[in-house]
Design a protein around this ligand. Structure first.
Ligand code: A3D
Length: 321
């Protein structure tokens, strides 16, 4: 059977890491696309030259024209600009919205059957814009944020408990902003929920609160350390997990920015919720029960996402028309 084709739009920090991980996992052949000449060609050649040492078979190539992505099975979009210290994700909106319009048109023309994963920030608004600009069905266009936010939460918890990261599960809902909703009740170690672990004396409520806060600000913590850009290893790993679930029909339950049509009482908006990803794209949106406090936090997050989408509609009123 022919290998799957994975197109990576944006060959920057995340794009390059995505290409390496896709190779290492033998997910398929990889095309790196970027407007910058030479970068996608150079990165793909560099990774191809690592393949004999790392032991994987994949064709890697670089492109500056959208023909290069023709017939892709998966498209992962990181094109645009990342944050610098002092910038919020929403500061990127104007520039990255224009990029989503171009990328959406390219996907519409050359890869209309692909499963599309958007990573560009501000995530929930950009995935909304990308779906409108591409015209692809909503179940084939998702945003990556929840897997990353949950991974950060998991890592901090594993560190606190001194247990394997593999045994820690964690859940983050809502928009990918500082008002995201880490769900303490649905997070824990090997099935033991966090509130029980507090009762068992494994940690204190104060420490859990501090970890929740650090999770919310996890992206900013890295931006402040790097000073020249934002996180890229963990974001790339997270998008690859989503792509793998689609390509291998694993039907993983992953928190992703998915298009809602009434679930959680929300309509015509992309928001981080648990979904099943399989060969048909987003196969199911899972509606979990929220208590009053969790609901209030989600409503706050929804309001922020709506505001950003409203700004997109003002800047590009004809989007998707
Ligand atoms: P960076 O290393 O700057 O790469 C972006 C690439 O996009 C550059 O190589 C640009 O040349 C390219 N580019 C710009 N405009 C276009 C265009 N019109 N068409 C094609 N390519 C273009 O950034 P990065 O890889 O670090 O981050 C990429 C995006 O991901 C940024 O918007 C970040 O904010 C975002 N990001 C999201 C998360 C989430 O969890 C959602 C996490 C980290 C970063």
């Amino acid at each position: 059977m022919a290998r799957a084709k994975i197109a990576l739009i944006g060959a920057g920090q995340i794009g390059g890491t995505l290409a390496l991980l896709a190779g290492l996992k033998e997910l398929g052949d990889v095309v790196l696309f970027d407007v910058a000449e030479g970068i996608p060609q150079g990165k793909s050649l560099d990774i191809a030259e690592a393949s004999p040492v790392l032991g994987f078979d994949a064709a890697l190539s670089g492109a500056n024209g959208y023909e290069g992505i023709a017939g892709a099975d998966v498209v992962i979009v990181t094109a645009g600009v990342p944050r610098k210290p002092g910038m919020s994700r929403s500061d990127l909106l104007g520039i990255n919205l224009k990029v989503m319009e171009q990328v959406g048109a390219g996907i519409r023309q050359h890869a209309p059957d692909a499963f599309v994963i958007c990573v560009t920030n501000p995530l929930d608004a950009m995935v909304w814009a990308l779906q409108k600009a591409s015209g692809l069905p909503t179940h084939k266009v998702v945003g990556m944020a929840g897997v990353l936010d949950s991974a950060r939460f998991r890592y901090f918890l594993a560190d606190e408990f001194d247990v394997s990261v593999e045994d820690v599960t964690a859940f983050v809902l809502g928009g990918h902003g500082d008002d995201m909703v880490p769900l303490v009740r649905y997070s824990g170690v090997a099935g033991i929920p966090l509130p029980d672990l507090v009762k068992m004396g494994w940690t204190s409520q104060e420490k859990v609160d501090a970890i929740v806060d650090r999770t919310r600000k996890g992206g900013g913590e890295i931006v402040n350390l790097l000073k020249t850009g934002s996180a890229f290893y963990a974001p790339a790993a997270s998008a690859i997990e989503m792509a793998t679930s689609y390509l291998r029909d694993k039907k993983r339950l992953l928190p992703c920015a998915a298009y809602l049509t009434g679930q959680y009482g929300i309509d015509d908006l992309y928001l981080g919720v648990p979904v099943i990803i399989g060969a048909n794209g987003v196969e199911r949106v899972v509606e979990i029960e929220l208590d009053a406090n969790e609901r209030a936090m989600l409503d706050k997050s929804v309001a922020s996402v709506k505001e950003l989408v409203g700004e997109c509609q003002k800047i590009a009123p004809g989007l998707g028309a």
